[in-house]
Design a protein around this ligand. Structure first.
Ligand SMILES: Nc1ncnc2c1ncn2[C@@H]1O[C@H](COP(=O)(O)OP(=O)(O)OP(=O)(O)O)[C@@H](O)[C@H]1O
Length: 568
């Protein structure tokens, strides 16, 4: 029966144990007793009494045993289990607090089915929301917490939920927020909280540690008495009237779910359903959360697929880079780099200072084995590609006819004036003075230009090439001269380091007349190894640098083509 006096609630069947409602709602209580002692029944009686009078409360139900209240009262059963009116998470905390405090809706926060820390999380969030909201609401409201030792243990640290409950226990009263902890092991509950309570209900306790707590909080007589209490019987201590009495709490009127194993296995009574309107707000939050989670899942899936696409594109890019690099190497091989690498090989292999005329007369191995002998026609096809090299302004040869590659390169880079380039044949006094190892500046005229200053080749270097030897051999073959006549002319031109007159050549290489020299020079000119020029001093014959360079380039080009072809 509901209390006749709205100012009090009655805990016993006889109606003699009355407690001021306000003390229950806003005070701090502690109900304890060993398993089966009757503490849950007592808590349910308190709840029934408050609900009878229309007072709201929230029960943190750790074992799913309070839903029986719904047999008589409209209580919102919120939790994780399907049997609950609504499934809630921390996102519902504010709404639960609002419904409870502003709407006056009694709530069972059933945390029995949450996994891991889920129960503590929702307790923390909801109690925090209640505490915050009570700042404004100031509505007398009782928070009942089962198995409170799990949240506020005597030893060990407090979880966030525990800290929040301690906060309510210590400061809730001023806001109208009452607190009642329930535990079967008082020894395990933080003593600060127990000793701060305004009302305490000690059911049967038998464990020494627990009765010792009774002894400390009350006295030895109580510690002795508490061990012999019957089911539902308790020592009730109330601060507001300073009394301690032995009472028999009545049996609760609503369904006793505590005596059954679980939510699903019980033959449940008809339970009062909570209004659809109340659930609407909570389910809307659930829908929003589900929508949010779906959106998040979709975004994560999109992100994953984009990451996969990025990885795929990166792989493609890497492959493209490899191909591009390959193509670049191929292009370099077909163009400049092959020339320069060939030049490098030639430079490192040849020591120009050791080129003797005897080398030049060595056995000719240069004839192409494949029958594609270098011809003047072939030479012309590559002549343009390197003709610009012929613009050296201070081309000089050293003692052995060697060109200093670096100096020549510097000079080459410094010559930007085409007019200067055209005058390349003129002797440069500066160049001659600047470098003591050079004994002959470019004298101009036939053979006066260095054939290839850029890569440091001397005439001897160039003429020692197989291709040139081949041309010289051809020249000899096409003339009636002695087999070494052409070589003799070339050797003399190299030895002299510049153009040589027809007569000088005759005296050096011998022969019946200058006509013989002229004929051979003409043949060599056709082969593009020498060039002739008629001057006041008579016919001057010199090395044809352009021709020799073209011969060389053509030969290198062929080498390159052959090596690339071999590579495929
Ligand atoms: N006031 C009471 N009068 C008669 N019997 C009672 C009373 N309180 C409890 N009981 C009996 O004791 C049983 C256990 O009660 P209750 O569930 O309240 O104990 P408890 O201390 O909460 O136990 P547990 O800690 O295991 O939940 C009840 O099912 C009931 O049979």
């Amino acid at each position: 029966m509901a209390s006749e006096d709205a100012e009090t609630v009655t805990l016993d069947a006889a109606g003699e144990v009355r407690i001021p409602t306000i003390e229950l709602l806003t005070g701090r209580g502690f109900v304890t007793g060993k398993s089966g002692g009757g503490k849950s029944n007592t808590a349910s009686v308190v709840a029934e009494e408050l609900l009878d009078d229309g007072h709201p409360l929230m029960i943190v139900d750790t074992d799913g045993e309070y839903y029986g209240l719904k047999e008589r009262y409209e209580v919102l059963h919120a939790g994780a289990d399907d049997e609950c009116d609504v499934q809630v998470g921390t996102e519902h905390a504010d709404k639960l607090a609002e419904l409870a405090l502003d709407g006056g809706v009694p709530v069972i926060l059933d945390v029995s089915a949450y996994l891991d820390d889920g129960g503590h999380d929702i307790v923390r969030a909801t109690v925090e929301a209640l505490f915050r909201r009570e700042q404004e609401a100031r509505r007398p409201f009782l928070l009942l917490v089962e198995e409170v030792h799990e949240f506020i243990p005597e030893s060990g640290g407090l979880t966030e939920a525990g800290k929040m409950l301690v906060r309510v226990a210590k400061r809730g009263r001023k806001r109208g927020l009452g607190f009642c902890g329930i535990s079967q092991r008082p020894a395990n509950v933080k003593k600060d909280v127990i000793t701060q309570c305004d009302w305490l209900c000690w059911h049967r306790l038998t464990w020494n540690n627990d009765t010792a707590v009774v002894g400390r909080v009350l006295d030895n007589q109580a510690a002795e008495a508490v061990q012999n209490l019957a089911d539902g019987e308790a020592i009730l201590v109330t601060d507001w009237d300073g009394t301690r009495r032995r009472v028999q709490v009545r049996r609760k009127r609503t369904f006793d779910a505590g005596s059954t194993p679980g939510l699903g296995d019980v033959d449940r009574p008809e339970l009062k359903s909570i209004g659809e309107g109340l659930l609407g707000d909570l389910t809307e939050i659930s829908d929003q959360k589900r929508e949010h989670e779906n959106r998040l899942a979709k975004l994560e899936a999109d992100l994953e697929s984009k990451n996969e696409r990025i990885a795929e594109l990166e792989r493609e890019l890497s492959r493209a880079r490899d191909l591009s690099e390959m193509a670049e190497q191929f292009t370099r091989a077909l163009t400049g780099d092959a020339v320069s690498s060939a030049s490098q090989r030639t430079r490192s292999a040849d020591d120009p200072t050791h080129h003797e005329l005897g080398d030049f007369e060595a056995t000719d191995e240069g004839a192409d084995g494949d029958g594609t002998a270098d011809t003047p026609t072939d030479d012309a096809s590559t002549g343009d590609a390197t003709s610009s090299d012929n613009t050296d302004t201070a081309a000089t040869t050293d003692i052995a006819g060697t060109v200093d590659a670096d100096n020549a390169l510097d000079t080459d880079e410094g010559s930007e004036d085409p007019a200067t380039d055209e005058a390349a044949g003129e002797p440069s006094s500066e160049a001659g003075e600047a470098d003591p190892i050079r004994v002959a500046d470019d004298p101009g005229g036939p053979g006066g230009s260095n054939p290839d200053p850029a890569d440091g080749r001397s005439y001897a270097d160039l003429l020692d090439m197989d291709v040139v030897r081949h041309e010289v051999q051809q020249a000899e073959d096409h003339s009636r001269a002695s087999p070494t006549y052409a070589k003799g002319i070339i050797a003399t031109l190299i030895d002299e380091g510049g153009p040589v007159s027809q007569r000088t050549l005759l005296s050096r290489v011998g022969g019946s007349s200058t006509d013989e020299v002229t004929t051979m020079a003409t043949t060599l000119e056709a082969m593009r190894t020498v060039e002739k020029e008629h001057t006041d001093e008579g016919l001057m014959i010199g090395i044809d640098p352009d021709g020799v360079r073209e011969l060389r380039e053509t030969s290198l080009g062929r080498e390159r083509t052959r090596s690339l072809a071999d590579g495929f």
